[in-house]
Structure formats: structure tokens, C-alpha cells
Ligand binder design. Structure first.
Ligand code: SF4
Ligand code: SF4
Length: 157
């Protein structure tokens, strides 16, 4: 594992997108998983005060990486294995204005997040715009995860 190789060489890591752009919804499981590595500093993607409160309370009383946590982690691994967008935005801007981080994750957002908000017209319009993709290659060439981004739009359409 990369983390262990880094540890052997006395190298630390910053874990970008520790919550996978919001697709990992159980903070305790990812907190307990990453806490087992003392050479990893996660970036938690905290966007709201409630999220900050949650991580402060996890710091105060760290959850155990027990069987329950592993079952959550393994379920997430199964659902998120393969190609998925972490919403980093490095592929932007799109020349036709497609909001790539939202559009490329829509199929997973509908499955994993409260879906009601994403069924509103504003999100339908964002997804409609993906029909105008000119396949210019800009997003694919700038994605650090080497995703074939336009192919992710069609998972939702
Ligand atoms: S390939 Fe499509 S989605 Fe990607 S940057 Fe070009 S137009 Fe936008
Ligand atoms: S397609 Fe790649 S570069 Fe663009 S937001 Fe998703 S993960 Fe980031």
C-alpha cells in the first residue's frame, strides 16, 4: 500500500478529498480508517459549521475501527470502486459551460445523497447541458484521476 511505502521512507501524505467530494457520507468510518495511519493528514472538505462540529467531536472521542466501521467502509468501497469523480474541479473550465463536478457525479449523488434536491429543475438544466459536450478532451487531459469524464455523464442520462 502506498501509505505504508511512504511510512517506510519516513514520508507523510496529505489525503485530499478524504470524503470523496461528499460521496462518503459516514464521517466516523473515514475518520477511524485514516486515523490508523500516523503519517496521513486528511483534508476533510468541511463546508458547514455542523460538519466542523462533527469532526471536533470525532477528535475528542475517536471512534474505533471495529467490525461495524469495516462493514461501512467495505460497502463504500464496493459502491465507489472504479471510475468516479471526486469533485476537485481541476478539469474546469469546460468550453460549453458544463458543470463537470456535479454532472459527472449525478448518478452517485442520486444514489448516495438525499436525492430530492437533485431532482429540482436547476440540476435537470445542468444535466441537459451535458448533451452539448463537444468532446474537446480538456477535462480528460486535466483530471488527476485520469477519468473519461464525458462517459460519466451518460451514466445518469
Ligand atoms: S470534453 Fe465535454 S465536458 Fe469535457 S471539457 Fe470538453 S466539452 Fe466540456
Ligand atoms: S472529472 Fe476529474 S478533474 Fe474533474 S472534477 Fe471530477 S475528479 Fe476532478
Amino acid at each position: 500500500m502506498l501509505i505504508e511505502e511512504c511510512k517506510k521512507r519516513n514520508v507523510g501524505l496529505i489525503a485530499m478529498k478524504a470524503l470523496s467530494g461528499g460521496l462518503i457520507t459516514n464521517a466516523a468510518s473515514v475518520f477511524s480508517f485514516l486515523r490508523q495511519f500516523d503519517n496521513v493528514v486528511p483534508i476533510w472538505e468541511i463546508q458547514r459549521e455542523t460538519g466542523l462540529d462533527e469532526f471536533i467531536s470525532l477528535e475528542k472521542k475517536p471512534p474505533l475501527l471495529d467490525e461495524t466501521m469495516w462493514s461501512i467502509i467495505n460497502k463504500d468501497r464496493t459502491e465507489l470502486s472504479g471510475d468516479f469523480c471526486r469533485a476537485c474541479g481541476y478539469c474546469l473550465p469546460c468550453p460549453v459551460g458544463i458543470e463537470i463536478p456535479t454532472s459527472a457525479r449525478m448518478s452517485l449523488l442520486l444514489k448516495r445523497a438525499p436525492y430530492q434536491g437533485f431532482s429540482e429543475d436547476i440540476f435537470k438544466e445542468k444535466m441537459e447541458l451535458t448533451n452539448y459536450c463537444i468532446d474537446c478532451g480538456h477535462c480528460k487531459n486535466h483530471c488527476p484521476y485520469k477519468l473519461n469524464t464525458p462517459s460519466l455523464f451518460s451514466k445518469t442520462l
